[in-house]
Design a protein around this ligand. Structure first.
Ligand code: NAD
Length: 327
């Protein structure tokens, strides 16, 4: 069986990718330093503990497992933290990724799949965001991801390392079978924060800004189910294995939901009210971030099937009640 190295495979999205890879007949080798991930999430293949900044350790793991491809999810991804400590983000996300990319070239690995983000587009209200939109990140997190995209363009030109870059919108939901799910500490994502408020793990869900220029005054985002997202990665892997050219794809559904719409839907799913605190706008939040591209559907053949609020909140709620890792 072919191996795929999954950097960040102990994290939220990486663990779902490991499950999907294993189901598809690959051995997912998880490379992770557990800084924000969980050893309990590594269930579908070998675990190689290591840091992106430890080049010798990366070389050792690549030589041992000889993967045919790398899926690179490992990163720090809290916007606020990236503004407080930009050096940490440039070191981990950019220098760490450069290590992994250089190691891939040296080990003669041909296929590289990278988790980028809609945060590389920055704050462009009322602009339809497709893959050709100008990238003007407004925080160090987004800037670090754009920098890695640029490294990949250069390494393809010079060394022929082919890549697929996925720019995710808001990832949500959990494995419907409950084997893995979302558990960030601290949590910054809307749906798990809301579920925490519903079952009393936090006092309330804070809504930042109710005076945006949207139908209900709250920000609008594009949510994609984590299982649909990792399906796109499998298609990206096949794309590269078929010898196709490097590409970048937005991963969003094009449907925007306001914070209030998400909250309203949660009542239908959980039969519980969400305690809410309303606050003024938070710096750096733009009104609307929605993908305006269907390139992943038309070119990769991606068909999101669970990226509706009912399934995303329902799967997250089931995981929330039964799952969770302990550290
Ligand atoms: N969750 C989202 O909505 C979202 C949206 C856009 C982009 N992304 C990107 O997707 C990727 C995965 O996100 P996630 O939500 O699963 O995050 P996560 O924090 O759950 O997973 C990241 C994993 O990377 C590991 N890691 C971090 N630094 C490392 C290092 N120096 N060496 C080795 N391992 C390291 C962590 O321990 C963790 O297991 C990230 O690159 C993130 O920027 C996520």
């Amino acid at each position: 069986m072919d191996c795929v190295l999954v950097a960040g495979g102990a994290g939220y999205i990486g663990s779902h990718a490991c499950k999907a890879l294993s189901k598809a007949g690959y051995i997912p080798v998880c490379y992770d330093n557990l800084s924000t991930g969980w050893e309990e999430a590594v269930k579908f293949g070998p675990f190689e503990r290591g840091d992106l900044l430890d080049r010798a350790r990366i070389d050792e793991v690549l030589a041992k497992h000889k993967p045919i491809a790398i899926m690179h999810f490992a990163a720090l991804s809290q916007v606020g933290e990236s503004m407080d400590d930009p050096g940490l983000y440039w070191r981990t996300n950019v220098m760490g990724s450069l290590n992994l990319i250089e190691a891939a070239v040296e080990a003669d690995i041909k296929n590289f799949i990278f988790s980028s983000t809609c945060a590389t587009y920055g704050d462009q209200d009322n602009v339809v965001l497709d893959e050709n939109s100008v990238q003007q990140p407004i925080n160090a997190y987004g800037a670090s991801k754009r920098a890695v995209e640029n490294i990949l363009y250069d390494f393809e030109r010079r060394y022929g390392l082919r890549h697929v870059i996925f720019r995710y919108f808001n990832v949500a939901g959990a494995d419907p079978e409950g084997e893995v799910g979302e558990y960030h500490q601290p949590e910054t994502h809307l749906i798990p924060l809301m579920l925490d408020a519903i079952d009393g793990k936090r006092d309330a869900l804070t809504i930042f800004g109710t005076d945006y220029d949207t139908p209900d005054g709250t920000c609008i985002r594009d949510y994609v189910h984590v299982c649909d997202l990792v399906d796109a990665h499998l298609l990206g892997l096949n794309w590269l294995k078929d010898g196709k050219q490097s590409e970048v794809f937005n991963l969003g559904t094009g449907a925007g939901f306001s914070v209030r719409a998400v909250v309203d839907h949660s009542k239908d799913v959980t039969n519980k009210a969400v305690p809410i605190i309303e606050r003024t706008r938070r710096a750096g939040d733009c009104t609307q971030l929605v993908s305006g591209s269907t390139k992943a559907e038309s070119e990769l053949g991606w068909t999101p099937v669970r990226s509706n609020l009912k399934a995303m909140i329902g799967d997250a709620w089931r995981w929330h009640q039964t799952g969770h890792y302990s550290k």
